[in-house]
Design a protein around this ligand. Structure first.
Ligand SMILES: Cc1cc2nc3c(=O)[nH]c(=O)nc-3n(C[C@H](O)[C@H](O)[C@H](O)COP(=O)(O)OP(=O)(O)OC[C@H]3O[C@@H](n4cnc5c(N)ncnc54)[C@H](O)[C@@H]3O)c2cc1C
Length: 163
């Protein structure tokens, strides 16, 4: 049984964050449940829902679904901005509940094929784009973004981590 929203953390109305926090609960849990039910992830990952959402006021930072080792600049566990992309759509719209690889370098054909095989959405950020500025700010060339918008991994070996 999982508790989400106000049932898990009643928030005073004047903070104006209760609905957002509840939606993030749902975003965090929904893709994990779907993956476990599909047999793509072990049931044990469901414990990461509470681990990650309990300190929801802070950046998500302490579960096995966030790999901090390869992050020299602290991008792991942070939310990727739901940025406007070059075609006028938002990241959430394009990713549509799938993993996304956001990069400011155009990947090789081999990497593109790997992403395609794994059904990972490729988003190449161009100079001037919000995502390009975001990656530069964190000195990252690419980031693997989970279906709930959380950065799972970034850094040089991010592509190798996609399996
Ligand atoms: C005045 C006010 C202003 C707010 N302003 C903001 C804001 O600006 N921004 C923001 O992000 N959040 C705001 N919030 C908070 C936000 O409204 C809540 O955090 C959010 O609605 C919680 O959603 P929920 O689905 O978890 O719970 P709820 O919206 O409380 O939904 C729970 C539902 O369960 C139903 N229910 C209860 N018991 C049972 C039962 N036994 N059987 C069946 N159904 C049951 C209830 O009727 C209800 O429909 C505000 C809240 C208030 C009161």
């Amino acid at each position: 049984m999982f508790l989400l929203g106000d049932a898990a953390h009643l928030t005073p109305p004047f903070i104006g964050q209760g609905m957002g926090a509840g939606l993030r609960d749902a975003a965090n849990l929904a893709w994990k449940l779907a993956a476990v039910l599909a047999g793509d992830l072990p049931e044990s990952v469901l414990t990461s829902y509470e681990t990650e959402r309990r300190p929801h006021a802070r950046a998500l930072s302490c579960s096995e679904l966030v790999d901090r080792k390869a992050f020299r600049h602290g991008l792991a566990g942070r939310l990727c901005p739901n940025a406007l992309l070059g075609d006028g759509r938002r990241l959430d719209h394009v990713a549509a509940g799938r993993f996304a690889f956001v990069t400011r370098r155009s990947p090789s054909d081999k990497v593109r094929a790997t992403l395609n095989d794994r059904d990972v959405v490729l988003i190449v950020a161009r100079p001037g784009d919000e995502l390009h500025r975001w990656l530069r700010r964190w000195r990252a060339y690419g980031a693997l973004v989970r279906p709930d918008g959380t950065v799972q991994r970034a850094g040089r070996r991010v592509i190798e981590s996609i399996n």
